[in-house]
Design a protein around this ligand. Structure first.
Ligand SMILES: C[S@@+](CC[C@H](N)C(=O)[O-])C[C@H]1O[C@@H](n2cnc3c(N)ncnc32)[C@H](O)[C@@H]1O
Length: 352
């Protein structure tokens, strides 16, 4: 856990408006910037949140990993005794239907992060996704400046963080899946980005950062997975500074969707999870999620042929073909908004 982010964190169990700071107790450090093992203590609620092998679990009790928590307590029993903290089993997994979606997502992406034969790293490295990531993240990156703070919601294995990386910017990635977070940490170390990035377990439904912390936020393929994409999109706006931008890429609600999905299903069947309530979105839906005057939304759609077609090429060829097809098709007004993906920017123009 990168120490730089600690003053911006807030407890996920307090009321939305309560911005009380969490206290850090470091048991072991990794280096001058990173905590390896320790706890964040919320004095007000009495809850503690472990940082275990660099992974912070800043999530409501019902969503915690209970066995890991217990092991962590046993390992640092003496430290807890010094702090006067007694072990109380959190009522894990007790959230019922309200957290059912989170558990489904978590188990799916935990599996997907470690399954060697069917791995999210391989999924993200398909030529089609390499081409789209290069195009889209390349456009977003031009807006990011030195010193900016970026929030990556649903960071997964660190793919989006790696693509948006710029030196001297600071990125915090959150995800519901521990195995994905561990992979994101590993990947950012491999790429040499870890001194500017941190990844931890948190729920996109209740983002544990103080309001107005970030210059930019990213959701890449995430809103489709959430129990309530509207709630999270509004929550993200709260975490942005005025003028901050939420960048997103999702499946577009296109008239060709059935055709795209039909063709995609013929190829290697990547692990399919249960999507949330908003598996596809379009510009009209985005507009309806916010009050007029609070945000400014820009969007375009891209990709008019199925990914399977582009996956037969190398990423450079795929990108060039995607751009050519986009240009041709977008000259027809009816087809313009019917690409397979929607790429959008939601700019915060008013602070409530
Ligand atoms: C399709 S993956 C996208 C990952 C990454 N953004 C990328 O571009 O590859 C969706 C991610 O959303 C995460 N996710 C699903 N529900 C979540 C929630 N409620 N809170 C935080 N992350 C969540 C999943 O664990 C998964 O890593």
């Amino acid at each position: 856990m990168h120490k730089k982010f600690i003053p911006f964190l807030k407890s996920p169990v307090l009321n939305d408006s309560d911005e009380s700071t969490l206290e850090m107790f470091e048991f072991e450090s990794s280096d001058a910037d990173h905590i390896k093992n320790g706890i964040l203590l919320c004095r007000k609620s009495g809850n503690w949140f472990p940082v275990h092998n660099e992974v912070l679990e800043l999530i409501r009790p019902e969503l915690m990993y209970p066995d890991d928590r217990k092991k962590f307590y046993e390992k640092y029993k003496d430290k807890f005794a010094e702090l006067g903290i007694k072990y109380e089993a959190e009522s894990a997994n007790s959230g019922g239907d309200s957290v059912k979606n989170q558990f489904e997502q978590r188990s799916h992406y935990d599996d997907f992060a470690v399954d060697k034969s069917h791995n999210y790293d391989d999924y993200a490295m398909q030529p089609f996704w390499q081409a789209m990531d290069r195009k889209v993240f390349g456009e977003w990156k031009t807006k990011i400046k030195d010193g900016n703070m970026i929030l990556d919601v649903g960071c997964g294995n660190g793919r989006s963080a790696g693509r948006i990386y710029k030196e001297n910017t600071f990125l915090a990635g959150i995800d519901i899946s521990k195995k994905s977070v561990e992979r994101a940490i590993e990947s950012s170390k491999e790429k040499g980005n870890y001194r500017f990035q941190t990844f931890f377990i948190a729920d996109a439904d209740r983002i544990p950062f103080k309001d107005g912390t970030f210059d930019f936020a990213v959701t890449s393929g995430v809103l489709s997975q959430l129990p309530d994409a509207v709630k999270t999109s509004r929550e993200i706006q709260k975490k942005l500074k005025k003028g901050g931008i939420h960048f997103g890429m999702e499946n577009n609600r296109s008239v060709f969707r059935i055709f795209f999905d039909f063709l995609t299903n013929f190829t290697k069947s990547w692990k399919k999870n249960k999507k949330g309530l908003t598996p596809e979105i379009n510009k009209k839906m985005l507009d309806s999620w916010f009050d007029k005057g609070d945000v400014e939304i820009l969007s375009y759609t891209s990709v008019y042929l199925p990914p399977t077609y582009y996956n037969k090429m190398n990423p450079e060829e795929a990108l060039s073909k995607i751009e050519k097809t986009d240009k041709t098709i977008q000259s027809f007004p009816f087809l313009k908004n019917n690409g397979g993906l929607i790429i959008f920017e939601i700019k915060k123009i008013k602070t409530p």
